[in-house]
Ligand binder design. Structure first.
Ligand code: SAM
Length: 327
C-alpha cells in the first residue's frame, strides 16, 4: 500500500510543482517585470542531487506527480539530465513540464526521451506583434517549439492562455480553432494578483464564466474530463477531440481539492500559491539531514498548508511574482 500524505484539512497531497529556476527568457508584463535583476544566486539553487533527494522523500511519503516549472525551466542547464533522474524515481508516475516553449525546438526530443510525457505551453496570443508586446519575445520560436514537441511525440500538449480584457480577449475563438487544428488541449486561466505585476494584470481581469458562455454560443460544449490532477474544469467541443479547460482561481476557487505544494529553486517549500506560508528546506539539506529527518521536515511543513488562498479578499498579500514561486 502506498503511503498517503495529507494536510490539516484532510486533503491528499500527491503533487509537487518543482521550480528549477526563477529566471525566464520572456518578460510577460503580468508576471516578471522588465528590469528585474534580483534573481536567486546560483549557490542558493538546489543542485540536481538535492532536488532528487527532496522529490524522493516526497515520493516515499505518497507524492506521485511532479510538474517541472519556473521561471522558465528550459533556461536551467541540462534540464533533461534532471528529468531523467526524476522519472526513474520509484513512485513518480507522472512527470510533466510547463514551458513558454521559446527553447523547446532544441530540447523537445531530449526531454521526451528523459521521461516527460505531458507538456503545458503558455501562449496568450497568436499574433506576433501582440506576442512581442505581452512577452517581449518572439512568437515564431514558440510555434517552432510546439511543432518540435508534436514531432517528439508529446501527448497531450496543453496550451495555457491567460485571458485579459483589452489585451487578448478577442482571440479566444482563434485559440480554439488553433488548438482544434493542431490537436492541442486548451486551457484558459484567470489573472491572479501575484506580486505588483500580477496585480496590474488584474486590471484586465476576465471572468471565465463569461468566456464559457461566449463559446457556448458558437460551439456545442459538453462536459468533459481530462487526466492530470489539476484544477481545470473541462468541456469538450461536440464533434471534435478538443477539450477546453477553465482555470478559475478568482471566480470559482478550487482550494478544497488542492493537492499540491510548490518547491522553489532555493529550496523553499510554498504551501499555497496565494499565501506566504513557507518552509525552508535548503539549509536542512546542506546540514547533512538524513532521509528520516527530511521526511519529518516535509510533514511538519505540511501542517502549515492554509485552507485557501485569499486572492479576492487580500489581493495585495502575495508579494512574490508567479515566476518566482513556480506557476
Ligand atoms: N515559464 C513557464 C511557462 O511559461 O509556462 C512556467 C512558469 S509561468 C510563471 C507559469 C504560468 O503562470 C504561465 O502560464 C503564465 O502565463 C502564468 N502566470 C504568470 N503570472 C500570472 C498571473 N499574475 N495570473 C495568472 N497567470 C499567471
Amino acid at each position: 500500500m502506498r503511503p498517503i500524505l495529507t494536510d490539516p484539512f484532510n486533503r491528499t497531497i500527491d503533487y509537487v510543482r518543482l521550480s528549477v529556476t526563477d529566471r525566464c527568457d520572456l518578460r510577460c508584463f503580468y508576471c516578471l517585470p522588465e528590469g528585474t535583476h534580483d534573481f536567486i544566486e546560483p549557490e542558493e539553487w538546489l543542485t540536481f542531487d538535492e532536488i532528487e533527494r527532496v522529490i524522493a522523500a516526497f515520493s516515499s511519503l505518497g507524492v506521485r506527480r511532479v510538474r517541472v516549472t519556473g521561471g522558465e525551466p528550459l533556461v536551467r542547464k541540462n534540464l533533461a539530465d534532471l528529468t531523467a533522474r526524476l522519472s526513474q524515481l520509484p513512485g513518480i508516475d507522472d512527470l510533466s513540464l510547463s514551458t513558454n516553449a521559446v527553447g523547446l525546438a532544441r530540447h523537445a526530443q531530449a526531454l521526451k526521451v528523459s521521461g516527460i510525457e505531458r507538456l503545458n505551453v503558455s501562449l496568450d496570443t497568436l499574433r506576433a506583434d501582440r506576442f512581442k508586446e505581452i512577452t517581449k519575445g518572439r512568437l515564431d520560436k514558440v510555434l517552432a517549439g510546439l511543432i518540435a514537441a508534436k514531432a517528439a511525440g508529446f501527448a497531450p500538449i496543453k496550451i495555457n492562455m491567460v485571458v485579459m480584457k483589452g489585451i487578448n480577449d478577442d482571440e479566444v475563438e482563434d485559440m480554439v480553432e488553433f488548438c482544434m487544428e493542431h490537436d492541442f488541449t486548451l486551457r484558459f486561466i484567470e489573472t491572479m494578483p501575484m506580486g505588483e505585476t500580477g496585480r496590474h494584470a488584474t486590471d484586465h481581469f476576465v471572468d471565465l464564466q463569461e468566456v464559457k458562455q461566449r463559446l457556448g454560443q458558437r460551439y456545442e460544449l459538453i462536459p468533459g474530463i481530462m487526466p492530470g490532477g489539476g484544477p481545470a474544469r473541462y468541456v469538450q467541443v461536440a464533434g471534435t477531440d478538443l477539450r477546453i479547460g477553465f482555470i478559475t482561481p478568482i471566480s470559482q476557487h478550487f482550494c478544497e481539492t488542492c493537492n499540491r505544494v510548490r518547491l522553489s529553486v532555493d529550496g523553499t517549500l510554498y504551501l499555497c500559491l496565494g499565501q506566504e506560508n513557507s518552509y525552508p528546506l535548503r539549509e536542512l539539506l546542506r546540514s547533512g539531514v538524513d532521509d528520516e529527518g527530511l521526511k519529518s521536515a516535509i510533514m511538519e511543513a505540511l501542517t502549515l498548508k492554509p485552507e485557501r488562498h485569499e486572492f479576492r479578499e487580500k489581493p495585495s498579500q502575495v508579494v512574490r511574482f508567479m515566476s518566482f514561486t513556480g506557476g
